[in-house]
Write a protein of this length. Structure first.
Length: 337
């Protein structure tokens, strides 16, 4: 029975990835290690088969706790645990550096000590910085790492830590760099769930700057399939860009959500831009498509429809979060703009 150690499995992508593994490998067992920060939510794991899934609450920076949770000789470590929200990293970067860099080093050390077969680091396209508006350029695996936010800098540093573990100690590692994910269970402060929630409640939709920033969107389950393909077929030491060739201006994403919910565009409010806001991300996923034989299977239209439906049907999930820590945070970020 293969055993996989997944970190951050109570978060948005991590919980989808836990489901993905259990669905595609009927004999697999998952150990899900997560600190349950503001972004981790045990409700995200509702319905997951408890006979093949073990949840352990713990911090990836806590060496003793990681050592006792990670089984000897497990098949893979998938590191999805992270401080992940760029806006929060602008406000305060400390926790990003701690979790995303130190935590990754601790996991690598323990994976080596336990003889784990492969270490998969889930990174982001943001490590490669920003592309010009008026170019056809896309990020490839050869693009230089030029992070612009504290979040992206911490993820880029984590990639170097992963590289060093391979070069120095021979740990078998693979890195994935994906673009912006969307889908069910994404924390409501991120663009798509924020806009869906506000539109459903007839509240203003805050759009940074001129709304013309471009992001390359991918449905979360397609990202999970990409992580899995990198684990199964990726060459050791390689990074793979995962993207669905789906570039969208932020303002178009917001308009599509309003249209899908039958709400007026007059709900849009432009607010002052985020400092260091990257202008455009665009991913060239050729290596993943050819070497990993990976292809996304959800179109933007179908994915957005599924996502909106999920938020409509799970308003209690959103309300739960909106009534707590999130409400204070929301005031801090948007209250004075
Ligand atoms: N969301 C995206 O669009 C996107 C795109 C590309 C890559 N990624 C990467 O994918 C991963 C998952 O992103 P997400 O959007 O699901 O994030 P998320 O914020 O929803 O979830 C992160 C999870 O990590 C846990 N965590 C945080 N600090 C921890 C610590 N010190 N120890 C243990 N657990 C901790 C949280 O409790 C949470 O469950 C991250 O590594 C992120 O950098 C995200």
């Amino acid at each position: 029975m293969p055993i996989y150690f997944v970190t951050g499995g109570a978060g948005f992508i991590g919980s989808a990835f836990v489901r993905y593994i259990l669905d595609r490998s009927p004999d697999a067992r998952v150990i899900n290690y997560d600190a349950l920060t503001y972004a981790g939510n045990p409700e995200n794991l509702k319905g997951v088969d408890p006979s093949r899934h073990t949840f352990i609450k713990g911090d990836i920076c806590d060496r003793g706790s990681v050592a006792s949770a990670m089984p000897d000789g497990c098949d893979a470590v998938f590191n999805l645990a992270a401080e992940s929200h760029v806006d929060r990293s602008i406000h305060s970067a400390d926790e990003f550096l701690r979790t995303n860099i130190i935590g990754t080093q601790v996991l690598l050390d323990e994976a080596r000590a336990k003889g784990v077969r492969r270490f998969v680091q889930v990174s982001t396209d943001e490590v490669m910085g920003s592309l010009a508006d008026d170019s056809d350029e896309r990020f490839t695996e050869a693009s230089p790492l030029r992070p612009n936010s504290p979040y992206a800098a911490s993820k880029a540093a984590a990639e170097f830590v992963v590289r060093a573990a391979r070069e120095t100690h021979g740990v078998d590692t693979v890195v994935t760099r994906c673009g912006n994910n969307y889908g069910p269970r994404q924390f409501p402060e991120k663009l798509i769930p924020l806009m869906i929630s506000n539109a459903m409640n007839d509240e203003p939709l805050p759009v940074y700057g001129d709304g013309m920033n471009v992001r390359d969107w991918i449905y979360v389950d397609d990202h999970c399939a990409g992580i899995w393909a990198a684990y199964e077929k990726g060459r050791s030491g390689q990074a793979y860009n995962i993207g669905a060739r789906n570039e969208q201006h932020n303002i178009d994403v917001v308009r599509s959500i309003l249209d899908a919910l039958g709400k007026p565009h007059s709900l849009i409010r432009y607010v002052s831009d985020r400092p260091g806001h990257d202008r455009r991300y665009a991913i060239d996923p050729t290596a993943a498509e050819t070497e990993l034989e990976w292809m996304p299977s959800t179109t933007w239209e179908a994915g957005l429809e599924k996502t909106i439906l999920w938020y409509k049907e799970n308003q209690d999930w959103v309300e739960h979060i909106r009534s707590g820590d999130y409400r204070e945070y929301y005031k801090l970020m948007y209250g004075s703009r």
